[in-house]
Design a protein around this ligand. Structure first.
Ligand code: ASP
Ligand code: MG
Length: 522
């Protein structure tokens, strides 16, 4: 069995859903179970509807509902023949009636509790899964629509519910397995679930990947495929460095580390249920189905390169705190950490000496009041427009000379290093430079650690259809033939923790899952 998850952009319109049908057909022998997101941007629209309704702006909320209705009917009309459309129209009509009533109800009570927010957001995936199931059936696949809320069982932590795996396993095996045995292709919405009492919940924004991992684990799937709009995880942000290429294999810890330091393809914490059961997860491009994408597993074999990837996280501030004269040195660090704790400040890199400490934080998360408080016990200075460069790879563990070659490369690029951190996770080397130095530094590092001839020899060893395409002049990294992507998501800086870790890990303190959770909004 293979779980195939299609993200919002992979089901954004009729053409995308049609492509998805072709991809699922190509996996027919592997017994696919399909998990879909809401059509692109629909969840955002539902959030907006909730906000408007809770401010009692009933009319403009309902207007948005109607716009969503038009879009879904349009997509269904484009995808389905007369008969198919006739069958699905009443179902969609009913769902939109329910949605409109719900929005009016929210407006009447002027409020949006987490519980009603989840009920509201559930419409996105309920609608998309119905349309996708019908469209696939129309294309000759014997699908069976499944209500995810009867399969994925969670606690009542609305807006970020956690799966109850035992119950979920039972429900998935009772509801999904028999269909698969009969040769059917179940299609279900990601992101949505329910409590054991049947109240709708969601797994948190972007939670469809989590759904795929949960269902895969519950059904002991052979693999999980995350179909998205980029060519898997990349060696660096292709917008910074045109030579960036797809990472073929990566370990779960490496992927988690990359996410923490800026990669945006997916949050690996959401894959934990799959990785714990040793189910490989592939990140693939629905616009280039013949590409090999990235394979994420609990452990990954050493690659040819020393590192798996380089990320850059921009919009960072450095704060330097130096103990004021007369302050008891032994209490100094504790006072600083106490202040950080009181402000729920999550720091990235820390450098400490007896009487001083420097740390970095995302600028937008650095509270002015924290600086004021620190000034009471120390001399404080801060600098914005800094960036963290992070090189990730499990192979660096125990190998001498690696830091030297990283910093020599950076020095040769004429870039000044402000802070250094190595050791905390043993799988990354990170350091702080000026934001304006990022493109230059990343290109130099990439050229050094991911030499282009490796890309060429890899290409010769394993040709893929994309590369044989006459138009493709450089690589397998995309379907547009230019060899360069503009939409890759690794290491672009910005709010890399927008999707906080979703699994409260029972792992050791140094686990990257915990690091990911550190970023959780307070
Ligand atoms: N539709 C949900 C969201 O936009 C879940 C997902 O797409 O993964 O957050
Ligand atoms: Mg998504």
């Amino acid at each position: 069995m293979v779980i195939m998850k299609f993200g919002g952009t992979s089901v954004q319109d009729a053409a995308a859903i049609d492509r998805a049908a072709g991809i699922v057909r190509s996996r027919r022998k592997q017994k696919p179970v399909v998990v879909v997101s809401a059509l692109a941007k629909v969840t955002d629209q539902l959030v907006l509807i909730g906000q408007k309704a809770s401010r009692s702006e009933a009319d403009s909320a309902v207007e948005l509902v109607h716009a969503l209705k038009d879009r879904h009917f349009q997509v269904a009309g484009d995808l389905l023949g007369k008969q198919g459309y006739k069958e699905i129209a009443p179902k969609l009509e009913l769902l939109f009636e329910e949605l409109e009533d719900f929005a009016r109800g929210l407006a009447a009570v002027h409020e949006l509790s987490p519980r009603s927010s989840d009920a509201l957001l559930s419409f996105g995936e309920r609608l998309s899964s119905e349309i996708v199931a019908a469209a696939f059936a129309q294309r000759g696949l014997t699908t069976s629509w499944i209500d995810s809320r009867e399969c994925v069982i969670t606690d009542a932590n609305y807006t970020a519910a956690r799966p109850q795996m035992e119950a979920t396993r039972k429900c998935c095996q009772a509801k999904i397995s028999p269909l698969v045995s009969k040769g059917k292709i179940p299609v279900m919405g990601g992101f949505i679930a329910s409590t054991s009492d049947g109240i709708s919940t969601t797994l948190g924004r972007g939670g469809s990947d989590f759904s795929a991992a949960i269902v895969g684990a519950a059904l002991d799937a052979k693999s999980i495929e995350i179909w998205t709009d980029v060519e898997g995880m990349m060696t660096t942000d292709p917008r910074l460095c045109p030579d960036a290429r797809t990472i073929k294999r990566i370990s779960f810890n490496e992927a988690a580390e990359l996410a923490y330091f800026g990669a945006k393809v997916l949050h690996p914490a959401t894959l934990l249920p799959a990785v714990e059961r040793n189910i490989p997860v592939y990140v693939l491009n629905s616009r280039n189905p013949s590409g090999t994408g990235t394979r994420i597993t609990a452990h990954a074999p050493s690659g040819r390169e020393m590192f798996r990837a380089i990320t850059a996280k921009t919009n960072i501030s450095i704060v330097n705190v130096v103990a004021s004269r007369g302050i008891m040195v032994h209490g100094f660090l504790r006072s600083v950490f106490d202040a950080l704790d009181r402000y729920g400040a999550s720091v990235d890199i820390v450098a400490i000496s007896e009487v001083s400490m420097s740390f970095t934080m995302e600028t937008r998360r650095l509270p002015e009041a924290l600086l004021v408080e620190l000034e009471k016990i120390a001399d404080v200075s801060s600098e914005n427009k800094q960036a963290i460069i992070c090189l990730v790879g499990e192979d660096i563990h125990g190998r001498p000379g690696i830091a030297a070659s990283v910093f020599t490369t950076v020095a040769n690029a004429g870039v000044n290093v402000r802070m250094i951190s190595q050791g905390a996770s043993e799988i990354n080397i990170s350091f702080v430079i000026k934001e304006s130095d990022v493109p230059h530094a990343v290109r130099q590092l990439h050229a050094h650690f991911f030499p282009i001839d490796h890309a060429w020899t890899d290409a010769l060893v394993r040709p893929s259809r994309a590369r044989l395409d006459k138009n493709a002049n450089v690589s397998r990294n995309n379907g547009n033939g230019s060899g360069r992507r503009t939409t890759g998501r690794v290491g672009t800086g910005g709010p890399s923790r927008a999707k906080p870790g979703r699994i409260s890990g029972s792992r050791s303190a140094s686990s990257p899952i915990q690091s990911a959770n550190r970023g959780k909004k307070k």
